[in-house]
Ligand binder design. Sequence first.
Ligand code: NAD
Length: 471
Amino acid sequence: MKTIDKIYINGAFVTPKGTDLFNLISPTTNEKLGEVRLGNEEDTQNAIAAAKKAFVSFSKTTITERIGYLKSMQNAVRDRKEDLINVMVEEYGGTLQFATNGYSFLLQNFESAITVLESYQFTKTIGASEVQMAPIGVVGIIIPWNSSNGFISSKLASAIAAGCTAVIKPSEMSAMQTQIMAECLHEAGLPKGVFNIVNGLGTTVGAEITRHPDIAKISFTGSTVVGKLIAREATDTLKRVTLELGGKSPNIILDDADFATAIPMAIMAAYMNSGQACVAGTRLLVPEYRLEEVKGLIKSTLEHTKVGDPKESDTNVGPMVSQKQYQRVQDYIKIGIEEGAEVLVGGLGKPEGLEKGNFVKPTVFVNVNNQMRIAREEIFGPVLSVLTYKTEEEAIEIANDTTYGLQAYVSSTDTKRAHDVASKINAGRVLINVLKHDPLAPFGGFKQSGMGREFGVLGLEAYLEPRTLLQ
Ligand code: NAD
């Protein structure tokens, strides 16, 4: 049993003023792992005050100094590799495969921020003016539970690179992961108040960050519903807002694709992070005349997809993070059946032998049309909808017929054709014949998948304000 009863403010682990306790429950066994003491509004105000004070000098640091801090953060994270991976498996139920992969992104986030800093021009000449890119101020970082430390590292690395200070509010369900990350960042020896971390609920800590006049910008990753709420609230103080929200990503398999490679890859795209991924490719679009072949390939791929204990290195799909999330996925499978879609694999209930945890059966629906709720709404679990198309134009039309636009996938053996199709998809990122991340390219959503971009130069500029000097 772990008790997390400290938050991190002004360079120190302190006892929060808030006294409410929140149980940390294992997604794998539903046994209690520990509890976290939650911060309240006053704790948030103290964290914001510390970040505001630190901003005065941190905003004036040189590029070399910031690179030094980013390197120290990276080194501290490198020293705790096993702990960071294991805690994600234990507390979140992320598979060892996913947590290990996620750990390498975590390190890479610091590296990318350094790379951008090394060549970024903070002072430019535009027209007849000198334009200074100035750090925006104190940043509020509000993040979800599905890759908690990954989000802390990517957002904080950009904020530090820009010369900003930060108050971070992770999900209350990620307290054990947050604790280890906070210990790493503490080790890195940044000046007091540059980053502060407050465990707490969205409606208390998150809401205080959103309304507080001393927060200049919010970088939020989470659901579209909460993102809209934050954007609305932030208007009162005209905070800058970057929103990374949900998705219902289409995966177009063109008729000339190598199906034996593309279909197993499509299953990986749908079930990555046990389906709890904003970029999951959850709408698989296949040529109508090849549907039977696709069904066969899906079934044979799923025979080799292991659901189970996330600690085991060959597990592909772990439990859902909470009983609530488990129930949400069950509800959607039920909705799909009621809408008339056909369950090709999986279905309702828990897989045999895995009754204790929040495990769902990886599920694939066929006979889905794009108006069904299982094709339109983000489920956030291992549920894939297969849709068919007759022509390439129809495939693009279906792909774009969504309120979301975070990511899309295209497979074809003809790279020019795939490139042309990808260029017609309304999504922030389109992956062609690969499952990859580019840490220097912009990432973010079209439409209701978000606002603004993260990573690379555009990601850095989201933490800067241009100041034009004309004489
Ligand atoms: P969520 O929106 O419920 O919560 C996200 C964060 O916002 C949490 O820290 C939460 O406490 C906080 N919050 C909740 N209410 C708030 C309020 N009123 N004011 C301020 N903060 C508040 O999301 P979740 O359930 O934790 O995560 C799943 C969602 O995140 C999915 O919809 C998924 O698509 C999305 N997501 C998006 C990306 C992306 O990069 N686009 C990445 C991962 C997850």
